[in-house]
Unconditional design. Structure first.
Length: 269
C-alpha cells in the first residue's frame, strides 16, 4: 500500500477539467517525483493530495484513510505540504516561523511545550539553521529561506512531506543543497516524499520513483530509472532525448538530441 493513494480523481477549476481519471500512488518510505511540462496538472495533483483542492470525483487515501474525512489537525499531524514560492511573512524570525509547524499538536491557547521546543530544535539542527534561528526571515537568501520553510514542515513531525517545485529560483548550489537535504530526510528518517521537479536528471538522481504527466494524465509511473526513457520523454515533452549512464554514478542521464538531427533515439545500457 502506498502512503498516499489517489483513485479515479477528476479535478477541475470551474468548468475546465484539469484531470479526468487519475489513479496514482506515492510508495511508503520512497521519494516520488511528479514530472511534466507546464500546465500538465502535476502541481494541481500535488495540491489535491494535500487536500488543498477538492476533487470533483474520486478520493485520496493517506495510510488507508480517506483524507476528506480526516479532521484538519489529524491530517496536519500526518502530512506536511510546502507550496511553491510561499509568501514571506514580515517581522518574523526563523525560530518563530518554525513554531508554526507545531500548531497541529497544540491547543489554541497553549504555549510551546518541552516536546514542541524539542521538535523545533531538531528541525533547526537537521536543516543547519541553528546560526540563523534569530534572523528575520526576509533577510535570508533564497536557499536559506527554503530550508526555513522545510524546517517548518519538519517541525510538524509528519511521515509524509509534499513539496511543489522546491528548487524554483535557486542557483545550482542551493538547488543541490535542498535536494540533498530532502533525500537525506527520506533515508535517515523514512519520510515519504512527493515533489514536483522540472530537471529530469535531478529527478532521477534524487528520487526512487517518478510519475510522468501530460495533460492531466499519468503517462508512466514506476521507478525513476525505468520511467525516464527517451520514448516516454518524447511522448510527454515532445523533445528528443538520448539517455546514457552518468560517468560517475552510473545513473541514467538525459541529454537533448542535436536540434535537427535525424539520429535515432536510443537508451544505452
Amino acid at each position: 500500500m502506498g502512503a498516499i493513494e489517489a483513485h479515479n480523481l477528476k479535478i477541475a477549476y470551474g468548468d475546465r477539467a484539469i484531470v479526468s481519471d487519475l489513479s496514482i500512488a506515492l510508495e511508503t518510505g520512497k521519494v516520488t517525483a511528479l514530472i511534466g511540462p507546464n500546465g500538465s496538472g502535476k502541481s494541481t495533483v500535488l495540491r489535491t493530495l494535500a487536500r488543498l483542492l477538492q476533487p470533483k470525483t474520486g478520493a485520496v487515501y493517506l495510510n488507508g484513510h480517506n483524507i476528506a474525512k480526516l479532521p484538519a489537525k489529524t491530517l496536519a499531524r500526518q502530512l506536511a505540504m510546502l507550496p511553491q514560492s510561499p509568501d514571506i511573512p514580515s517581522g518574523i524570525t526563523v525560530w518563530e516561523l518554525i513554531g508554526y509547524g507545531r500548531y497541529p499538536h497544540r491547543s489554541l491557547l497553549q504555549g510551546f511545550s518541552p516536546k514542541d521546543k524539542a521538535a523545533m530544535e531538531w528541525a533547526l539542527e537537521i536543516t543547519g539553521l541553528e546560526p540563523l534561528r534569530d534572523r528575520w526571515l526576509d533577510t535570508l537568501s533564497g536557499g536559506e529561506r527554503q530550508r526555513a520553510w522545510i524546517a517548518l514542515a519538519l517541525a510538524q513531525q509528519t511521515q509524509v512531506l509534499l513539496l511543489d517545485e522546491p528548487t524554483t529560483f535557486l542557483d545550482i548550489r542551493h538547488q543541490l543543497d535542498v535536494l540533498s537535504l530532502v533525500r537525506n530526510l527520506n533515508r535517515d528518517y523514512g519520510i515519504t516524499v512527493g515533489w514536483v521537479l522540472h530537471d529530469l536528471n535531478q529527478a532521477i538522481a534524487y528520487s526512487d520513483c517518478a510519475i510522468l504527466f501530460r495533460s492531466g494524465e499519468a503517462i508512466a509511473q514506476g521507478s525513476a530509472t525505468e520511467v525516464m526513457t527517451p520514448e516516454n520523454i518524447l511522448k510527454v515533452f515532445g523533445v528528443q532525448m538520448t539517455v546514457i549512464p552518468h560517468p560517475i554514478t552510473g545513473l541514467p542521464t538525459c541529454l537533448p538530441a542535436e536540434l535537427g538531427s535525424n539520429a535515432p533515439i536510443s537508451s544505452q545500457p
